[in-house]
Write a protein that binds this ligand. Structure first.
Ligand code: F6P
Ligand code: MG
Length: 441
């Protein structure tokens, strides 16, 4: 039997992977260096001369990294001791073992894109932790926060809609509740347009009220398994015994506006009793510019709570309460910032895999999670989603993702080819989206 297809890689000149490594990644590194420069006086105020020395050191490490990338140097092992250093270095050896002798060492423009891109963010983190006392500085923090502030109009509209809905939710009939569920799901999908790594770290936010655009955006949903999600959850609701739990897990992606849409989804699931408990998973370190860390998660809820708008502030109060009462649980795990695809989770992070197995449904938000679900490979468009998951199935799961990388499975025959003919960049602009479900085995 033929093995899985090749990994996406910058060795394919002209591919999105190639353009990312060539243009977007150095741009992100330049912005990171810039951010350190701009915080110079803050570092000095906080730590005196030591802060300035640390800033210089971090900048020189990042410049070195940018140079290694741009000149296609071999990928070198991580040096600073951290919880995941050994796993990373073992993975690097594994990548080396996959190469033919003539290829030499793993390199930026040769190795799998998923690996080298994750490695870049891990090296950014290494540069920071090697530079105490600024070793807890989140280089992407201000971009994430800006995204939240610039999306205020949409945040207010969403929170208002949610709080109004909660008042009457018990009176809705099946069909009305289903329609509201679909609306909230689509908001969470399009919230994924707002990631900051696709834009090379440039501002991108949801400036207008997203709810007014849902109808217009419908034709851009290429795989739509929302009905199957409804069947699964409404069935749990109907058959659930008193006191028993329906747990939905959300593997988060970006902070800022997208995180708000995911929290709104989580609130809707509880208020509608489609679920009784939500587990969120975030990143332990700053990741792919805009991904959510524990700090971002808490920060955003606090911002909402202190808003002048009563509905927004109500959301903040309620959500803090869910955390206190354990109806919402935030968890992180180093696996999410490793380069491994999810088919290896049961071996690499058996504890995380076992935790996910207890969920009744898992949502995977965003593009990077999709790449890790499918192994970031050059699958035919019509390959079934389950096949691309290569055995990963801790529980029924659904990817909610706008397309920002050249991997897509589970399409109808001809669908991908037609899109390629009419819109050559359809896979990478974030214009299209999927709700792709892999149901009970
Ligand atoms: O740059 C690579 C990439 O993984 C793209 O595929 C995508 O644009 C982005 O980074 C991450 O997107 P998301 O935040 O949706 O995971
Ligand atoms: Mg992201």
């Amino acid at each position: 039997m033929a093995g899985p297809p090749a990994s996406l890689s910058a060795r394919d000149v002209g591919s999105f992977a190639y353009l990312t490594v060539k243009d977007r990644s150095p741009q992100i590194l330049t912005k990171a260096i810039d951010t350190l420069h701009r915080h110079k006086s803050e570092f000095f105020e906080k730590h005196g001369e030591k802060g300035l020395e640390a800033e210089k050191k971090a900048i020189s490490l990042l410049s070195k990294l940018r140079n290694e990338l741009q000149t296609d140097k071999p990928i070198v092992p991580l040096v600073e001791k951290f919880v995941d250093t050994d796993i990373w270095n073992q993975y690097l050896e594994y990548q080396q073992s996959l190469l033919n002798e003539s290829d030499g060492k793993p390199r930026w423009f040769l190795s799998p894109w998923l690996f080298v891109e994750c490695y870049m963010y891990r090296r950014i983190h290494e540069a920071i932790i090697q530079s105490p006392p600024i070793d807890d500085f989140d280089i992407f923090k201000e971009l994430k926060d800006q995204n939240f502030f610039e999306s205020q109009e949409s945040v207010i509209a969403l929170c208002t809609h949610l709080q109004e809905l909660r008042k009457t939710i018990e009176d809705l009939d099946e069909n009305q509740l289903k329609n509201e569920f679909f609306k909230i799901l689509q908001i969470s999908l399009w919230g994924n347009k707002c990631d900051l790594s696709l834009s090379g770290g440039e501002h991108i936010s949801q400036k207008t009220n997203i709810m007014n655009s849902l109808e217009d955006l419908k034709p851009f949903i290429l795989v739509n398994d929302m009905d199957r999600l409804w069947s699964l959850l409404s069935n749990y609701k109907k058959t659930r015994q008193k006191e028993s739990v329906t747990r939905v897990d959300i593997v988060l992606d970006n902070s800022g506006f997208e995180l708000i849409t995911d929290l709104v989804l989580a609130e809707f699931l509880l208020s509608s009793q489609l679920a009784t408990e939500i587990h969120f998973y975030g990143k332990t370190i700053p990741w792919f510019v805009s991904d959510t860390t524990l700090h971002d998660f808490n920060w955003i809820i606090k911002q909402l709570k202190h808003s002048n708008n009563k509905w927004v502030s109500q959301c903040g109060v309620d959500w803090e309460d869910h955390i206190k009462t354990g109806r919402w649980v935030y968890l992180d795990h180093i696996f999410w910032t490793l380069p491994h695809d999810f088919s290896t989770m049961s071996q690499v992070a058996p504890d995380l895999h076992a935790a996910l197995q207890k969920a009744h449904l898992i949502f995977f938000k965003g593009d990077l999670n999709y790449r890790k679900l499918t192994g970031d490979r050059r699958w035919e468009f019509t390959v079934p989603f389950r096949e691309a998951l290569s055995g990963f199935h801790p529980a029924p799961l659904c990817s909610i993702r706008t397309l920002k990388a050249e991997v897509q499975v589970g399409l109808q025959p001809g669908q991908g080819e037609q899109l390629t003919a009419s819109e050559p960049n359809w896979l990478t602009t974030g214009k299209y989206g999927v709700f792709q479900f892999d149901g009970p085995l």
